[in-house]
Design a protein around this ligand. Structure first.
Ligand SMILES: Cc1ncc(C[n+]2csc(CCOP(=O)(O)OP(=O)(O)O)c2C)c(N)n1
Ligand code: SF4
Length: 254
């Protein structure tokens, strides 16, 4: 095939979502945040919700998510994204409202906000990036850090006698009456990325159809915090994270 043929629109296999701007992302190489941002942009575009979406950005590495996706954003204080999303969705029921939160933000600082917003059945989607660590602030232990996993604040590995057990927020969410769709996905391979995109689409559609609250956990890597190459981090995640955080839908009210 000649170059002229390859660049014909009908031969195009991939293009950058128009909602993603040209700002260079600050994320580390191999970080899951960038991939998930792209999926969110694609889903919003496919749903035709470009002008009707409000994202709530967290503390943590995704604090600057608003620099990359051309939608309306509101920054929330530590862990308060679900409370802010609640207010925005109630005031503007025709908006697609989602929060984007790491495990430190969602499962530690904002545990209460998360549980109560989900339990109230707010018609929002919570995107939960679980990399088992506080990425932005130097790789401290998070509630989701695995038993035995090393972090800067548990250099000998998480010890249940001292630190307690890892918290499975998504399993908790599935028990709550207010949740419509609760799922756990990942983005380390092409098939996984496709599934994660479908999950985000379903959650966003539920949010617009008034079915209740939706939680999409993405089991993720933090190559910098884990002190691994991106490739090794993906492997480590498959071997160690997936057995404890198994992928798949936990609840789908349909
Ligand atoms: C009340 C308060 N708690 C904590 C912090 C520090 N802080 C800011 S971002 C962050 C890490 C959040 O990590 P996570 O939500 O897991 O996101 P990641 O960076 O891994 O994407 C922390 C601890 C702070 N500034 N104030
Ligand atoms: S520190 Fe971790 S979570 Fe943050 S950008 Fe780097 S790899 Fe991603």
């Amino acid at each position: 095939m000649t170059k002229e043929e390859i660049i014909k629109p009908e031969n195009l296999v991939y293009k950058k979502p128009t909602l993603m701007n040209d700002n260079a992302m600050h994320y580390c190489p191999g970080c899951s945040h960038g991939v998930v941002h792209k999926l969110i942009a694609e889903v919003i575009e496919e749903m035709g919700m470009e002008d009707k979406t409000v994202g709530i950005s967290p503390v943590g590495c995704a604090v600057f998510a608003y620099n990359y996706l051309d939608i309306d954003w509101q920054e929330a204080a530590h862990g308060r994204a679900p409370a802010v999303a609640t207010a925005i969705k109630r005031l503007w029921p025709d908006r697609l409202v989602f929060t984007y939160q790491g495990d430190g933000d969602l499962a530690c600082i904002g545990t209460a906000e998360t549980i109560h917003a989900l339990n109230r059945g707010e018609n929002i989607t919570i995107i939960f990036i679980n990399n088992a660590i506080y990425g932005m602030t130097g790789g401290q232990m998070a509630p989701t850090t695995l038993v035995g996993m090393k972090s800067s604040t548990c250099p000998y590995g998480r010890d249940v006698k001292i630190h307690g057990y890892p918290l499975k927020m998504t399993e908790i969410a599935a028990q709550l009456e207010g949740t419509a769709y609760v799922t756990r996905q990942s983005v380390q391979s092409v098939p996984a990325i496709r599934k994660a995109k479908k999950a985000i689409r379903k959650a966003f559609e539920n949010s617009m159809n008034g079915k209740g609250s939706n939680l999409v956990e993405i089991v993720s890597t933090c190559s910098s915090g884990w002190k691994m190459t991106p490739e090794k981090a993906n492997k480590w995640m498959e071997e160690h994270m997936f057995p404890f955080y198994p992928l798949g839908d936990l609840k789908d009210k349909e």
